[in-house]
Design a protein around this ligand. Sequence first.
Ligand code: ADP
Ligand code: MG
Length: 238
Amino acid sequence: MGHIKLTNVAKSFGNVDVLHGIDLEIGDGEFVVFVGPSGCGKSTLLRIIAGLEKPTGGELAIDGAVVNNVPAADRGLAMVFQSYALYPHMSVRQNLAFGLENTRMPKPEIRERIAEAARMLEIEPYLDRRPGQLSGGQRQRVAIGRAIVRRPVAFLLDEPLSNLDAELRGSTRAELAALHARLSATMIYVTHDQIEAMTLADRIVVLRAGRIEQVGTPLELYNAPANRFVAGFIGSPH
Ligand code: ADP
Ligand code: MG
C-alpha cells in the first residue's frame, strides 16, 4: 500500500501552464523528495496527489486504482504543511483527534492512536496544552502527529521544516528519517533545501518550470546529473 503513479499529469491555472506531462512512479514505502526553485510547481504537484487540486490532464493512480475523481479525504493520504495549520483554540490532544472524530472510529481506538503518536513523537507532556504554548518544533511534531494518527498509506509533506531555525531543522530532519524507517509508509516531501533532499531521499525528483528534469537517487544525481541545472541544484561538481 502506498504505490503512487502519475501518467502525463498536467495542470493549468487559466491559461498559465504550471505542470507539463508529469510521468512518475513512487514505490510503496519510498521516501521521494521533490526539489526545484520557487514557483516550479512542487506544491501544485503535491496538492494534485493529495486531491486538493484537480489535474487538467493525465491520470493519477494509488495502489492501482485511478483516483482523479476520488475526494481528498478518501485517498488514504495525509498532508503536513509548513504552516502547521493547527487549531489554536484546541488542545494538542483535540488537534490530534480532530480528523478522526468525524469518522466512525470508536473512542478507545482514537485514544490508542493518539497515545501511540504522542509516544512516537515524544509530545506526551504537551497533550493538554494549546499550540500557542508550544515551541515551533513542538508544533511541527503535533502537525506530523495529526497525520500519523490517520495511518495513511502515504504522507505528503510540503516544506515541513522551513519555519524552524537551523539547529531544530537538523534534529527534526533526523527524527523524520527515523520515523520513516519505523512507519514504513510512503513519504513525498517537498523542499527547496538541497541538504534535506540529499539526506532524506531514496529518490529525488528535480523539477524546473513544471517539468521533471531528472529522477534518481541522491548519489546518481550527484555523480551523473543530467544537465547543469541539476548539477547546480544538487551542488554536484560534475
Ligand atoms: P512551488 O511550490 O514549487 O514554489 P507552486 O506549485 O506553488 O510552486 O506554484 C507553481 C506556479 O503555479 C507558480 O507560478 C504559482 O504562481 C502558480 N500557482 C499556484 N497555485 C495557483 C493558483 N491557485 N492560481 C493561480 N496560479 C497558481
Ligand atoms: Mg511550494
